[in-house]
Design a protein around this ligand. Sequence first.
Ligand SMILES: Nc1ncnc2c1ncn2[C@@H]1O[C@H](COP(=O)(O)OP(=O)(O)OP(=O)(O)O)[C@@H](O)[C@H]1O
Length: 334
Amino acid sequence: MVSVELRNVSKRWDGFELRVDLSVKDGEFLTLLGPSGCGKTTTLRIIAGLEKPDSGRVLFDGTDVTDLEPNERNIGIVFQDYALFPHMTVFKNIAFGLEMRKLPRGEIERRVKWALELVGLSGLENRYPEQLSGGQQQRVALARALVIEPEVLLLDEPLSNLDAKIRERLRSEIRRIQRELGITTVYVTHDQEEAMAVSDRIAVMNVGRIEQIGEPLELYYKPRTEFVARFLGTSNILELEAENGVARLGNLEFSVGVDGKVKVFFRPESVLITEGEDATVTGYELLPGRMRLYLDVEGHTIIAERPLPDLPFEPNRVPPRVGILVRSFSLLSL
Ligand SMILES: Nc1ncnc2c1ncn2[C@@H]1O[C@H](COP(=O)(O)OP(=O)(O)OP(=O)(O)O)[C@@H](O)[C@H]1O
């Protein structure tokens, strides 16, 4: 397996400029996450060799592959729309790359069988793509990408065309297969939950730049910017004035260690609800197994989410005021 590196890579189009430095470790599952148009696909296509950068280098295991064509790079790639050959059986679709490489018949059969088992499609090799569900078609695409035993697996929104249940199942299968093979993987998605569920690390992209890169929980609980905080989930962001290293809001005290304007950040589940009078309840929602409370403290809205057993009241008896404690917080850049 190999590492993948983008060094000072840039690509410019009318009204858009991509600038990335990125290092994907050997055997790592790295996700490029960001809103539509931020440059995820372009970054992936540059790694694949489907797009040439205007400047910068692409390295596989320290070797410069910038000038190599995609078929010279030993990559497997899976797209959103499966891109299977409709007139070929599952077997033929998966075998295609091996036949192009003129492998012996027996070797092709052995490898296709292995790939079919890997993606859980054994027995379906004689079907045509139109006889398969979307999820099965995407498994074929995955098998086809893996059968050539690539050093790097690239996946561009592979689950976007599938419905929610299949999406969840297939994402954990992709992760299982990736772990089993230990293959260096770059995965593109705009879905934060998907990114959190599968990745070793996530690179959050915003207008052509990587805004922050880190492990899922690090990004989730310690985002550096408001963009990353909001993109990864429901956020509480309080703009406060700190004095003597402490920012105060009602009875809440945040030891921030600096003075002046600060942006205090915490997730809804970091807010503990107690019996008390700190905050006015302005609304609430019952969610599966938990309750979301909308609270007001001196004109600032705070969203809290607690599992039902952790509430000091019955879900159908929400009091007008509650006590709150913020268990952990971090500071965002101003
Ligand atoms: N071949 C091209 N010619 C001109 N502009 C392009 C080309 N490919 C991409 N772009 C532009 O580059 C920007 C980034 O596109 P890209 O597809 O990388 O974003 P993305 O984050 O993958 O978005 P999405 O999730 O919508 O696919 C967009 O503004 C897009 O219009």
